[in-house]
Design a protein. Structure first.
Lengths: 699, 329
């Protein structure tokens, strides 16, 4: 494979819909004008496990303007096995905050007020909601499946012997808390039943996924379900899987058939309904020789899932890819608890796992007296450490060198607490990062060429605020070898051919590869059938995403190097991060402007992970108690210092015809470890449990 | 959110009368806290009486050299006022350390002083809370209490007062002027809020229908050297873990007068009189400051998650006063 020539790709173009968004003209799901909408408000369980013994809807039903009250007694039966989606199907409660009733009313105010008047009585049973070291092997299980491509657990060599024989040994446990995605736009749906089926406006990362889930649950043909998602205000993974809010909205719309039902989750509800990143307890054991060359690596992670739907954060995922070692073992365990289901959140596995591994590498560097950058270079593998396959491209060392140069890493006195500035301890730290370069199945694209030179490219892909609409048009222009203004890209509607999800940093790669195949097919047909002239009524081709012939022959990953400077107040422990710098090897960058936004956005989310974010569970009640943006802290503008993102030139002919490797997630990976390592350099305090707050650094 | 009535008061007497007739009524200022609590079903007023047009919106100098701040002045206007910034910088700094620009543009001085605790359990009607529903129990004592109080608590409540402004005003010996069904009165700011004891539902000493009209700052020449230091979990838009308002009057290296008040540690703005008394009449150095701070915190009773507030408050007091001294001309 060789990559296609870049004429429009590589240009730092503004978002095509940017002006509309700034002016409020780009409609998000909830905002679509629909005739005579009704509004939905949900009632959530106040016990973490148990049985509903009674529901009194009389006061709610009596409110003027209430159209219907939904409970398990009158809700439509749904045809899905997914426990998370099987709401209002029985009297059983599986987690605190689960939907147990809902009110449909003429206004959102009436609906919300009436929802508060629904009285639900429960017979609670004891609940188990705490992920703890106390969970013994009996309560823990190996996950049944991992999101694509990855072995659940890995073994190579004899880890125990390797660890025992190593001159330098490290054995530490690292912890990360719950995180909630908190996209700015809440999860919202408009659902309307017609004689043909159901039409939905949904804030989702996967319109085709919603289409199939709703079709299955309501026993429709996919063609009877139309999902429109022209603009989405962020997702971070929360809007990838289907959640019960969409099911509830479709149920409600069925009860008031013919009227569209609008449903927006409140911020509180998003802390129980839309997934989260599981906490992790990770044990990392490293064995190395005195020069810091790794002899053995063992990484174990314990995470939680729900009893309804299994999801594994899989924090050990990236470990086999990172460093050369003769002995390697990863282990993965889950505890199924009386809680809502965790899900994909920006770089699931990598962001939590590399906090642990890259913190451990920093501890190893100190133990060996080797510079942390040099330690990683020293352990660079020639091929994939686990299966011996070559990498399609591997830019880690290039990123480390370029990052160290740009950051001014050297000269660096590795001694902790060596630098002071006016009452602040100053330190620097770094970490490596990686993320797989993937293509996800399920994409088709239709390209229609018109005699006046336009090309209409249609697929049910979606732009969740990342700049996809712009970057994918740039790909299409180069694939079709035309100027950008000759491309009309149509997205965000399942009326177009199905498209894989916007996730796994694989959107551009999956959709773009399909567009390239469509452009090839269009040219072939024009050449063979039409003498290279578009016929008067145009020419349309539809193609599937092509198989990548190099899959299984090469390992495909992005890499990066993260650097951070921190200041910790000597007397109060307050932490500031004046500077973050990342250098990435991500293949070809389609749009430097939107790419940079993705990378610095990921790094900022990594800062937030390092210092601020943590969902706090109250085990007595079984719910997250800091369930709003006042108490679930996300880094504020004042917390974010200089954030610099760069990339090295990388031509990868194996990943896809564009040479792209994905940029949505790698920016967060390793960012928290770089900050934690810098905190140690500044203070001498090693914080192995995020977030790093001032109380952990108080003298 | 429950249905409610809304009336705009025509003058202060009218506002007081409207409330006096309606036991389930509340005054509405900027609404930045009250309306949130109504959405959460924590506050359930049947009538809101809007007092924004009947509480003064001016800041004026008084003949004795003090300053009167109208209760309707927005937090933004207070923080930007040249008189306040010059004479009582700690007040402007405290305001700017709270909330966000958008909230400060709406929030009023009177409302700021009467905002409710941000204890997570107080704000969540699915959990027990003695302040919200007396007699139901305190969820925080055995729950997540990292942000809560270490001083002045009771077995029934460990909530903190969230106001930054109140901490600065406590240090300045401000008084609050009110009008109520029984007439007008002046209440020292340090006596406006009350400790929970066995009645945590009462945040303050105001009677139903009593309306704050103004806050008066007494003349305090040495307050031109005053400072507000707030320590929190992120650099802005977070409530204090610990905050310190301080002013110092140094004569020939000796402390003639000193004012210290703490935020984030107690159910009310905590005037550190014990520390002040130990510091007056002697030199100011790190060792004396540390002893004074430790004396102030000697009665602290931490919970499972917030023992760190004791050393944090001690260090914050020492650092804030030292910074004031070292910044002196």
């Amino acid at each position: 494979m060789s990559t296609i020539a870049a004429r429009v790709m590589g240009q730092a173009l503004d978002r095509v819909e940017g002006a509309d968004k700034v002016r409020g003209l780009a409609p998000y799901a909830f905002e679509h004008p629909v005739p005579e909408p009704a509004y939905l408000s949900a009632v959530r369980s106040t016990v973490a496990a148990g049985q509903i013994t009674g529901i009194d809807c009389s006061r709610a039903s009596a409110q003027s303007g209430v159209l219907a009250v939904l409970t398990y007694l009158n809700a439509p039966r749904v045809g899905t096995d997914d426990g998370e989606l099987r709401i209002l199907q029985s009297d059983q409660v599986a987690f605190r905050g689960q939907f147990v009733a809902a009110v449909i009313a003429e206004t959102s105010e009436i609906a919300r007020h009436a929802a508060g008047l629904v009285r639900v009585d429960y017979r609670p049973r004891p609940h188990d909601v705490e992920l703890a070291d106390a969970h013994g092997p009996d309560q823990l299980r190996v996950p049944q499946q991992i999101w694509p491509l990855f072995p659940i657990e890995t073994d190579k060599g004899d880890v125990d012997a390797g660890l025992a024989s190593a001159a330098i040994q490290l054995d530490e446990t690292y912890r990360t808390p719950w995180y909630h995605h908190n996209p700015l736009e809440p999860h919202t749906t408009i659902a309307c039943w017609t004689t043909e089926g159901v039409t939905l406006y949904v804030s989702t990362q996967y319109p085709a996924g919603v289409q199939h889930t709703v079709a299955e649950a309501f026993r429709l043909e996919p063609a009877q379900v139309r999902v429109r998602s022209p603009h989405v205000g962020g997702g971070f993974g929360a809007k990838l899987p289907r959640h019960s809010d969409v099911i509830l909205a479709v149920m409600a719309a069925q009860l008031v058939a013919g009227r569209p039902v609008r449903f927006a989750l409140t911020r509180h509800q998003m802390f129980s309904q839309t997934g989260y990143r599981s906490p992790t307890i990770q044990r990392v054991r490293l064995g190395a020789d005195t020069d810091g060359r790794l002899v053995a690596v063992a990484h174990e992670s314990v995470e939680q899932t729900s009893r309804l739907r299994e999801f594994a954060e899989h924090a050990t995922r990236a470990t086999p890819t990172m460093y050369a070692t003769p002995h390697l073992r990863t282990r993965q365990r889950l505890a199924a608890l009386d809680l809502p289901s965790p899900t994909i959140m920006r770089a699931p596995g990598e962001s939590t796992g590399l906090f642990a591994l890259e913190s451990a590498l920093d501890e190893l560097a100190i133990a060996c007296g080797v510079d942390p950058v040099e330690l990683r270079v020293r352990n660079e593998p020639a091929e994939h450490p686990l299966d011996g396959l070559p990498f399609s491209s591997r830019g880690l060392v290039g990123c480390l060198r370029e990052g160290a140069r740009r950051f001014g890493w050297q000269p660096r006195d590795a001694t902790p607490r060596a630098r002071r500035d006016n009452g602040w301890l100053v330190g620097t730290g770094m970490a490596a990062s990686t993320y797989p370069a993937m293509q996800l199945p399920g994409t088709k694209v239709t390209i229609r060429a018109t005699p006046d030179g336009r090309h209409i490219v249609s697929l049910a892909a979606v732009d969740i605020g990342t700049g996809t609409r712009t970057a994918l048009a740039q790909v299409a222009a180069d694939a079709l070898r035309v100027d950008l203004d000759r491309v009309e890209l149509r997205l965000g509607d399942t009326a177009y051919p199905p498209a894989a999800q916007e996730g796994g940093s694989a959107g551009i790669s999956s959709w773009g590869a399909t567009i390239c195949a469509g452009a090839d097919e269009l040219r072939r047909r024009l050449s063979t059938e039409y003498g290279d002239t578009v016929p008067a009524d145009g020419l349309e081709v539809t193609v599937d995403m092509p198989e990548n012939q190099y899959l299984g022959r090469y390992v495909m990953h992005s890499f990066g190097a993260q650097f951070a400077e921190v200041r910790v107040h000597e007397e109060t422990g307050e932490i500031r991060v004046p500077r973050q710098l990342g250098v990435y090897a991500v293949g070809r960058v389609v749009n430097p402007k939107t790419a940079r936004s993705q990378l610095i956005g990921g790094m900022t989310m990594g800062l937030s992970m390092a210092l601020h974010e943590a969902s706090v569970l109250d085990p007595r009640y079984g719910h997250v108690v800091n369930h709003d943006l006042a108490s679930y802290h996300i880094s504020s503008n004042a917390d974010v210092g200089a954030v610099e993102a760069y990339w090295i030139e990388e031509d990868d002919p194996y990943v896809n015809p564009m040479g792209t490797k994905g940029i949505g997630e790698i920016g967060i990976v390793g960012a928290a470890a770089a900050i934690a390592n810098a905190v140690h350099h500044a203070t001498g305090v090693r914080v192995r449990e995020l977030p790093i707050t001032c109380d952990k650094l108080l003298p | 959110m429950r249905p409610f009535r809304y009336e705009r008061a025509t003058d202060a007497a009218n506002a007081v009368a409207l409330l006096a007739r309606a036991p389930q009524a509340a005054f509405l200022g900027g609404g930045t806290n009250l309306v949130d609590l109504m959405k959460l079903d924590v506050a359930r007023p049947e009538l809101l009486v809007d007092v924004r047009r009947v509480t003064p919106r001016t800041i004026e100098q008084l003949p004795d050299g003090g300053v009167r701040i109208g209760a309707g002045v927005t937090n933004s206007d207070l923080a930007a006022d040249p008189l306040i910034r010059r004479r009582y910088p700690v007040v402007a700094q405290a305001v700017l350390n709270g909330a966000s620009t958008q909230l400060r543009n709406l929030a009023t001085v009177g409302g700021n002083l009467l905002q409710r605790t941000r204890c997570l359990y107080f704000q969540d009607i699915t959990t027990a809370c003695n302040k919200r529903e007396p007699g139901t129990g305190c969820s925080a004592i055995e729950g997540h209490n990292r942000d809560l109080a270490i001083l002045g608590t009771s077995p029934d409540c460990i909530a903190t007062n969230p106001s930054d402004l109140a901490v600065a005003l406590a240090a300045m010996d401000a008084t609050v002027q009110t009008i109520g069904p029984d007439g007008s009165r002046a209440i020292p700011l340090t006596e406006l809020h009350r400790l929970p004891g066995s009645e945590p539902q009462h945040d303050n000493v105001l009677t139903h229908g009593e309306l704050i009209m103004a806050v008066v700052l007494p003349p305090l020449p040495f307050a031109t050297r005053s400072y507000y230091r707030k320590i929190r979990d992120r650099a802005s838009y977070a409530f204090a873990l610990v905050s310190v308002a301080a002013a110092i009057d140094l004569v020939d290296g000796q402390v003639r007068d000193v004012r210290i008040a703490l935020g984030g540690v107690a159910p009310k703005p905590w005037r550190a009189t014990r520390a002040e008394d130990l510091l007056r009449g002697g030199p100011v150095d790190e060792e004396r400051l540390r002893r004074a701070a430790e004396a102030e915190l000697a009665d602290a009773r931490p919970q499972a998650d917030n023992a760190f507030k004791i050393p944090l408050a001690r260090n914050a007091i020492v650092r804030t006063v030292l910074d004031l001294v070292e910044a002196a001309p």
